[in-house]
Design a protein around this ligand. Structure first.
Ligand SMILES: [Fe+2]
Length: 246
C-alpha cells in the first residue's frame, strides 16, 4: 500500500493543487489528512472540495478545523488566527461546514498499520517540536508508527531501546527507510503554511512494501496565494509568512 500523507493545508488551494499535480504520476492507494484543512488562507471551500474528492480518504480534525466549524470558540488562538477562523466560519458553505464539523478527533488507526494524530496521539491540540515531547509521547503510547501534524515542521523521530533519533528533512525529496523493531513519529510537514524556513509545500508518502517514508517539497504560486489573502481582507502577516516559510 502507498499512502499519501497530507497535513495542515490551511485553505491554501494553490499549494494543495501543486501537491496533487506532483503526485499525479505516482501511484497512491489511500489519502490521509492529518487535520487543519482550513484556517489562515483565503480558499477554505476550494481546499475542502478538493480533499472531499480524494478517495479513499481517512481524515481527522485539527485545532483550526474545530474553531472554524464552531466546535470551539478559539479562546486559545492569537488575534490573527482567530480573525482568520471567524472569517472562514462565515465563508464556508453549509455542506463544507457540516463536513468540517463532522471530522473525527484523532488518534485514528489506519488499516491496522499505523496511527494518525493532529498534534499528538494523546492530545490533539498539543505539539511535538523536539525529542523531549516525542519521548513523552512514545512512553505514553504503544503504536509502532504514528503520523502527526500541527507543528508545520517536517521531522522523523525514531525510538530504539537505547535512544531517540531525530531526522530533520532537507531538500526537495527525502527518502527514509523505517527500520524493523524501532518506533516512529513522523510529521510530513505542512502543505499550506510551512514553518521550517522553507516556503515550499511539504507532504509525505508512506510505502508499506518498502517500509519507506518520503517527504517531498513542491513549489506553488505563493504570490497568487498572498494576493488572495490580502484581497479577502485577512491579516497581512498571514500572507507575508508564506514567502518566508515560518
Ligand atoms: Fe496547523
Amino acid at each position: 500500500m502507498r499512502y499519501l500523507i497530507l497535513s495542515d493545508i490551511h485553505s491554501n488551494c494553490e499549494a494543495l493543487a501543486a501537491v496533487l499535480a506532483h503526485v499525479r504520476r505516482k501511484r497512491w492507494d489511500k489519502a490521509i489528512v492529518l487535520g487543519d484543512v482550513v484556517g489562515y488562507g483565503a480558499n477554505p471551500n476550494q481546499a475542502i472540495d478538493v480533499v472531499r474528492r480524494l478517495r479513499p480518504l481517512v481524515a481527522i480534525r485539527g485545532n483550526h478545523d474545530k474553531v472554524c466549524s464552531g466546535i470551539e470558540d478559539g479562546q486559545m488562538f492569537n488575534r490573527v488566527a482567530l480573525h482568520a477562523a471567524m472569517w472562514t466560519r462565515e465563508h464556508l458553505t453549509p455542506s463544507n461546514l457540516r463536513w468540517l464539523h463532522g471530522l473525527p478527533e484523532g488518534p485514528a488507526v489506519v488499516d491496522g498499520a499505523f496511527a494518525v494524530a493532529h498534534g499528538t496521539p494523546i492530545d490533539e491540540d498539543a505539539y511535538i517540536f523536539g525529542e523531549i515531547e516525542a519521548l513523552n509521547v512514545f512512553r505514553q503510547t504503544t503504536f509502532p508508527l504514528c503520523f502527526f501534524g500541527h507543528s508545520h515542521f517536517p521531522v522523523i523521530f525514531g525510538l530504539s531501546t537505547d535512544a531517540i533519533q531525530t531526522v530533520l528533512t532537507n531538500g526537495s525529496s527525502f527518502r527514509f527507510r523505517l527500520e524493523p523493531g524501532l518506533r516512529y513519529l513522523v510529521n510530513p510537514g505542512s502543505i499550506g503554511q510551512p514553518r521550517d524556513g522553507n516556503p515550499l509545500a511539504s507532504f509525505g508518502m508512506f510505502d508499506t512494501t518498502t517500509r519507506t517514508v518520503t517527504v517531498y517539497r513542491v513549489q506553488y504560486p505563493i504570490v497568487r496565494t498572498q494576493k488572495k489573502i490580502l484581497d479577502a481582507g485577512l491579516p497581512r502577516p498571514l500572507a507575508d509568512r508564506l514567502a518566508l516559510g515560518r
